[in-house]
Design a protein around this ligand. Sequence first.
Ligand SMILES: *Cc1c(COP(=O)(O)O)cnc(C)c1O
Length: 461
Amino acid sequence: MKQPTNPLYPPSVDHMLGWPLIQALVASHGRTLVLGCLREALALWRDGTANDPASFMQAVQQLVEKTLVPSMRPLYNLTGTVLHTNLGRAPLPPEAIEAMTAVALGASNLEFDLQTGLRGDRDEHVEQWICRLTGAEAATVVNNNAAAVLLVLNALAQRREVVVSRGELIEIGGSFRLPDIMARAGCKLREVGATNRTHAQDYVQAIGPRTALLLKAHTSNFSIQGFTKALSEAQLADIAREHQLPLVVDLGSGSLIDMQALGLPAEPVVGRVLEQGVDIVTFSGDKLLGGPQAGIIAGRADLVARIRKSPLKRALRCDKMTLAALEAVLRLYADPDTLVQKVPTLRLLTRSAEDIRRTAEALLPALAAWAGSAVQVDVHEVSSQIGSGSLPLELLPSAALRLRSNSPNKRERSRHLRELAERLRSLPQPVIGRITDDSLLLDCRCVEQPAALRAQWEAGV
Ligand SMILES: *Cc1c(COP(=O)(O)O)cnc(C)c1O
């Protein structure tokens, strides 16, 4: 049925729902979604942008398509920072994906003991592996390492004092500040020493009847150099033992293996830290470990038991998919010969600069054609970073595709690079690089399958 349309007043919504393209959209995407987009598009009719049926229907279709693009989606991390917190940190191995899919699809023995038929504990799926790989007596897992620190402090030191060196009052990623976490955990911070130097005597003098534990935090994302002194774990463990206090170490990333043996910067090895006499360590699942987001708490059985009993543990616990993925990744650590090849984080961090350069060279022609003649593209030596708080000073030799603008004007060049970065971000699978000085760098360390990335540039020319 035709109805005359007034450019100033849109027809009724009911009437518009009868228009052919709108009906087709409802048939494929559902009434709720299309109705929402149609109502949103009414503003375009009223302001004259789309005030005839054909252009209105097109506007609705565009809104529907925009709404259907998933908000969270995969992208190419060419920033050169392998464990990039904003880009999702550790990529997971297929073994972890399979384990997650298997438990996500239906029921599982998440908290069910198949031998006794009784209720089980969700930690059991990973605890044995953590203990085997670190030498810890017991372990428990929560949502992330910040949660692990919060839980440990709350369970072991609520309404009491925690002694920490002033050099370790760290902030990580702007949202994790040790003093704030400590306040929320209900403990009182007892700072000792100075920013650059803390001595044994500083700790000993701070210990009193209200002291609950000694805390050491790995200063992972910065380094103080020069006139410095901090106590080793072993020295702190001596003090803690003498005063019958637990020593807790927040390792941040930590590692289950010796990173130096892989040619990477040194990172505390969880097992070795525990051997020094540390009672409890906390570390992330999705930093160097290369697993899902999680916070692992490992150490003395009596302390882990107290931590596990805290009501906060219930609030901070991991879901079944995380535990399934973590178990699968920990299992890969059982075979040191295949570990580095199977855990993507370790594989990416140990890639040779030559191998990365070959990937960059294979991508260069497609990128150069896509970028156009106003841009120069070459392969450039760069340094990647581990990221996620691992020492920012220690860099890994890598290769990047470097884009530079041909414009003689500096302002123009910088505008040009920002535009290129935006074009890269709006590709179907967005490409994220980094702008430094006068160039846009696409570090190829994390590109293991260049074909799909190249095809995307080829399609976009
Ligand atoms: C990264 C880090 C944290 C926070 O860990 P998340 O897993 O991101 O919650 C806490 N402490 C240290 C020392 C860290 O490096």
